[in-house]
Design a protein around this ligand. Structure first.
Ligand code: NI
Length: 255
């Protein structure tokens, strides 16, 4: 059993063929799929898919850093009201993204802190999106980390030093996706040196499609390609990688 810990297969690009996407995931052994929210506009779609596949798709609630703008107060109020319903398994995805736009950097930092506080109060994991922002993320997590804070650094593409920094927190796993299959990403050399008990698998579908499907739409079935790549790097079987990373995912999400 393989777990896709991060997939946006509730988005419109899957609307036409979601049932086929789900069957291909089943055929690939990808039994469980965790759905990170983006903002107010995606919540209904996240919940609709989780309700359609209650044994396989699990909803999260959070405000993505790329959706932090002048409406941040309203967006955060929405996140809090949704979290208070108690139906979500994680606060995500949240974090800081300095790749596209730095205009709302301060607001991104504040939204990140606020959502970390809620996760701690509710004893939920956080799913962190870090793009061009490891130092900025570490600054906040270093300060707020305690025994109540745990979760996943989603789409980890950092260095071995950054991996060690994350491992030192004690409660965090690193999410590995299609980037590990990209030639010249350099991530393969880093993943090789991270113990399997620190890793979970993900797709980030529809983005970051693994080789040999790079450039096409990503989907949860391809978590199997990532699992195989991690198995090759660790010189072990795909079954072993699937088992360890699924156990890790279970311990984060508690479902
Ligand atoms: Ni994502």
């Amino acid at each position: 059993m393989i777990t896709d810990t991060h997939s946006h297969i509730y988005l419109d690009v899957f609307q036409e063929d979601i049932d086929e996407v789900m069957s291909r995931a089943t055929e690939a052994g990808v039994d469980r799929i965790f759905l990170p929210n983006i903002d107010k506009s995606s919540t209904a779609q996240v919940n609709a898919l989780a309700e359609k596949y209650p044994q396989r798709c699990f909803p999260m609630m959070g405000l993505h850093p790329c959706s932090v703008n002048e409406n941040v107060a309203e967006e955060l109020a929405h996140v809090k009201a949704e979290l208070d319903t108690g139906k979500y398994c994680a606060v995500g995805e949240i974090g800081i993204d300095l790749y596209w736009d730095k205009t709302f950097f301060k607001a991104q930092q504040e939204a990140f802190r606020k959502q970390i506080e809620w996760a701690k109060e509710m004893q939920l994991p956080i799913i962190i999106h870090a793009r061009e922002s490891f130092d900025e993320i570490f600054e906040i997590v270093d300060e707020m980390n305690d025994e109540r804070l745990f979760g996943i650094f989603h789409c980890f593409t950092g260095t071995i030093e950054q991996a060690k920094h994350i491992m030192n927190y004690g409660g965090f796993y690193m999410g590995i996706g299609g980037v590990v299959t990209f030639k010249n990403s350099g991530l393969d050399k880093v993943v090789k040196d991270i113990p399997l008990d620190q890793l979970v698998l993900e797709t980030d579908a529809p983005y970051l499609t693994p080789t040999p499907y790079r450039g096409k739409r990503n989907e949860s079935a391809y978590t199997r390609i990532v699992a195989q790549k991690v198995a090759d790097l660790h010189e072990t079987s795909i079954e072993h990688v699937a088992e360890v990373t699924t156990n890790n995912a279970n311990s984060v999400f508690k479902v």
